[in-house]
Design a protein around this ligand. Structure first.
Ligand code: NOJ
Length: 527
């Protein structure tokens, strides 16, 4: 059976600064990742997505790139990257890089040239607008605070930056920019990377007339950009043509994947739009990250919405967390059944129809770490403090064992380690058959061996409003998944369900299914 590998894959996100340090500077690097490949192979993930590792002044920790074609010395060298690629491939794991083409760093040679004058060869590579000092071109706000416009004395013009001012937005309306981006994609394809994650891909184009974003009536958030419908600086229709161009290039190579980060308030319909045939292979579905209640209904609704829209036209994906959002187990911090609740959500992620993304440390049940203001480094946190806590809490070092600095680094890590690392670490959990880590490994293994889970149809089943249940079916294989999102116990006398007698997995180690479903139980059943 020939099928795109990424449909069946579990994709593991590594935030390289926080995974493993090998040279003792307190910051993770490529050699560190190479040294931990055995672990990733043991866990059973199919592909690694690395947050940006390219040259960068690190104003946004790598999402401000100053050279798309080279590795930042902090992370290593191009040779280290090639070795990582080769060693991952030897272990049957793919490698996906993260490219940021909405903006560059202000230290990128393109911008250094562009800012020199109004008539240099790259003068039109960024979005420059005439205006007067102190009179902004329009009402667009930057995501990390303040207006999206920065005044440049030399050019006596404003330039646009949707993130920090050191991240000027590229002008995608200039064909030379598009060509330079395509050349950069080609460089990595030729090197053999297995795919790309495209940062804020829905923001590449902006309204040509730079119209003001409409104000949301009655909303007065202290975070300015929340007060506007971002219809003119985001989600412009031309962006879809850009991703089609990207697809034309990438599909000339075998077996590569394209994944879009579509940060759109439209949610699922926007993810669908970007993953339609001829566009990207997938767009992250971020909807689960927005659900605050631990309850079956909102999850069921989101799954239904995705299934209805995507059908067999586009391939879904699901996400519970990433480097931009609070780690999901944090929500259950003080609950007595925390681990079981985490297992309910993790099992859902890994058994739905769609590619799951697992953020490093999720497999340990890692929670956010409180980072005091003095230790904060994320510009979002610093600029919005105390209105928002920023993204440092979910980016703290991986917890490998109970040794010095959890064996992440010989020096003080760039962000504080969780105080819980002495108990909660890879080594302890590997040695404990009942740990979260071994649970994740078991579900990943189960998924690997089941075409029904990887590729089969999904049918939602009603058992009770607090239970999320679905059937996965592929040829002769049929599996029933039951997830109890409550403290209550249930018994079902539904004969259709009682037909599934064999327990493939239960987080209560149940051996036979006779209709009883315990609180926060996960049941994966076969006939
Ligand atoms: C989205 C990335 O996920 C985030 O970490 C980054 O700060 C912004 N894009 C800007 O590149």
């Amino acid at each position: 059976m020939s099928r795109e590998w990424w449909k069946g894959a579990v994709i593991y996100q590594i935030y390289p600064r926080s995974f493993q340090d090998s040279n003792g500077d307190g910051i993770g690097d490529l050699r560190g990742i190479i040294n931990r490949l055995d672990y990733l192979e043991w866990l059973g993930v199919d592909a690694l997505w690395l947050s940006p590792i390219f040259k960068s002044p690190m104003k946004d920790f790598g999402y401000d790139i100053s050279d798309y074609l080279d590795i930042d010395p902090m992370f290593g060298t191009l040779d280290d990257f090639k070795e990582l690629l080769q060693k991952s491939h030897e272990r049957g794991m793919k490698v996906i890089v993260d490219q940021v083409y909405n903006h560059t760093s202000d230290k990128h040679e393109w911008f250094l040239e562009s800012e020199k004058s109004r008539d240099n060869p790259k003068s039109d590579w960024y979005i420059w607008v005439d205006g007067e000092k102190d009179k902004l071109p329009n009402n667009w706000y930057a995501y990390f605070g303040g207006p999206a416009w920065e005044w440049n004395e030399t050019r006596q013009q404003y330039y646009l930056h949707l993130f920090v001012k050191e991240q000027p937005d590229l002008n995608w309306r200039n064909p030379e920019v598009v060509k330079a981006v395509m050349d950069s994609i080609k460089f990595w394809l030729d090197m053999g990377v297995d795919g790309f994650r495209f940062d804020v891909v829905n923001m590449y184009y902006k309204d040509e007339r730079l119209r003001d974003d409409p104000k949301v009536e009655g909303r007065n958030s202290p975070i300015d950009y929340h007060n506007y419908y971002r219809v003119f600086d985001n989600d412009r229709p031309e962006t879809l043509l850009a991703v089609e161009k990207i697809n034309d290039l990438v599909s000339q190579y075998n077996d590569r994947v394209t994944i879009g980060e579509v940060g759109s308030p439209m949610g699922t319909p926007a993810y669908f739009q970007y993953s339609m045939p001829g566009r990207l292979n997938m767009a992250f579905n971020f909807e689960f990250k927005e659900i605050t209640d631990y309850s079956a209904k909102p999850y069921r609704d989101k799954i239904m919405e995705t299934e209805k829209l995507f059908q067999s036209v586009a391939w879904p994906s699901y996400v519970l967390g990433n480097h931009d959002s609070s780690r999901f187990p944090t929500k259950f911090k003080n609950k007595k059944n925390k681990d079981k609740m985490v297992q309910v959500l993790a099992t859902m992620l890994l058994t739905l129809r769609g590619t799951p993304f697992v953020y490093y440390g999720e497999e340990l049940g890692m929670e956010d770490v409180e980072v005091p203001f003095e230790k904060m480094v994320d510009p979002e946190g610093i600029n919005f403090w105390p209105k928002a806590k920023g993204r440092d809490p979910e980016r703290t070092p991986m917890q490998w064992d109970d040794g010095y600095n959890a064996s992440f680094s010989e020096s003080e890590p760039w962000l504080p380690l969780s105080e819980k690392y002495k108990e909660n670490n890879v080594k302890n959990q590997q040695n404990n058959p009942d740990s979260m880590l071994n649970y994740y490994k078991q579900v990943i293994q189960l998924r690997k061996n089941s075409n029904a889970i990887k590729f089969g149809a999904l049918e939602l089943i009603d058992i009770h409003e607090n239970i999320l249940s679905y059937r996965r079916k592929y040829e002769n294989e049929e599996i029933l998944i039951i997830l109890n999102f409550s403290e209550e116990q249930f018994t079902t006398d539904d004969l259709g369900i009682l037909d599934y007698k064999d327990v493939v997995l239960s987080n209560y180690k149940r051996e036979k299914f006779e209709g009883c479903i315990a609180s926060n139980e996960v049941l994966i059943l076969k006939k």
